[in-house]
Design a protein around this ligand. Structure first.
Ligand code: NAP
Length: 283
């Protein structure tokens, strides 16, 4: 059987190291803070936001919560962001996506001060990720890299295949692997003969969003399999992109869902918020 890569444990370790630093800063009168904005009543978003507040608490980060009604206008949200941009208590600003349809997400992302953009969605921070000159890390892909590192998996010289090319997962994941000297192939819905490509992966990262999409015949024996997917199976149970029961017996390393990449996303967000506080308050 493969080595199970325990994202929950790695995430706890990362959060503990953030806590140590926020406590040290607090001793010097510096409090790290994040504003978390949610618009509307999307149940999944509410769970994510609740988890983010809990994570902040466990990391010694003060979180300011803004729960806005579904009918909030774009102008109202922009005004709140402008206020938070100049609020010294707030090191990071996080706007939970998706937003209601009357609000243009791109405009909102552009309005967040780049040194408070802890999700790293602003084009300036995306550009920094492309060039390898990081300030903030892309949360989910960086969480994947932390797990690999924790389990002693060095991407250098390996063939890494990423399934998915979204701006928040697939593309930045490919870049982070490339920066670590992997040879990277990015696959998507128009890729011809996907299984033939994924079978050549030493490291396979799936970010597709389809339950049990990655089957045993798509995986090379001994490969490192990282499952970013968060889906519901036919019984409504949380599951990843990887058909775990089929793939686990042939993989070398594998992340479970839940308890794999999910907890790492929030851990990276905490690291980014700490980075932002240092930028603002430790000059
Ligand atoms: P997304 O924006 O929907 O992107 C999905 C990607 O999968 C697209 O690039 C799409 O290709 C590709 N794809 C779809 N069908 C495919 C097929 N049959 N063969 C090959 N590629 C295919 O999703 P996302 O935001 O990247 O999220 C992906 C998954 O990760 C979701 O389950 C999401 O819930 C999960 N997620 C988890 C975390 C976490 O913290 N664990 C964070 C973010 C996302 P095209 O570009 O050609 O359409």
């Amino acid at each position: 059987m493969p080595t199970l890569m325990d994202g929950k444990a790695v995430s706890a370790k990362v959060r503990q190291s953030v806590l140590l630093e926020t406590e040290r800063l607090r001793e010097n009168g510096i409090v790290v803070g994040i504003a978390v904005i949610i618009v509307g009543e999307n149940p999944a978003s509410q769970i994510y936001v609740r988890n983010k507040h809990r994570a902040c608490e466990s990391c010694g980060i003060e979180s300011f919560s803004y729960e806005l009604p579904e009918e909030t206008t774009e102008q109202e949200l922009l005004e709140l962001i402008e206020k938070l941009n100049y609020d010294d208590r707030v090191d990071g600003i996080l706007v939970q996506l998706p937003l209601p349809k009357q609000i243009d997400e791109k405009k909102i992302i552009l309005a967040i001060r780049t040194d408070k953009d802890v999700d790293a969605f602003h084009p300036e921070n995306v550009g920094r990720i492309v060039s390898g000159d990081y300030r903030f890390l892309p949360c989910t892909p960086a969480g994947v890299m932390t797990i690999l590192d924790e389990y002693g998996i060095d991407p250098e010289g390996k063939h890494a295949v990423v399934i998915g090319r979204s701006n928040i997962v697939g593309k930045p994941q490919a870049l982070l692997l490339l920066h670590k000297n992997a040879t990277v192939t990015v696959c998507h819905s128009k890729t011809a003969d996907l299984a033939e490509i994924t079978r050549r992966a030493d490291i396979l990262v799936s970010a597709v969003g389809k339950a049990k999409f990655v089957k045993a015949n798509m995986v090379k024996p001994g490969a490192v399999v990282v499952d970013v997917g968060m889906n519901r199976d036919e019984k409504g149970k949380l599951c990843g992109d990887v058909d775990f029961d089929e793939v686990a017996p042939i993989a070398g390393f594998i992340t479970p869902v839940p308890g794999g990449v999910g907890p790492m996303t929030i851990a990276t967000l905490m690291q980014n918020t700490l980075t932002a506080a240092k930028l603002h308050k430790c000059k």
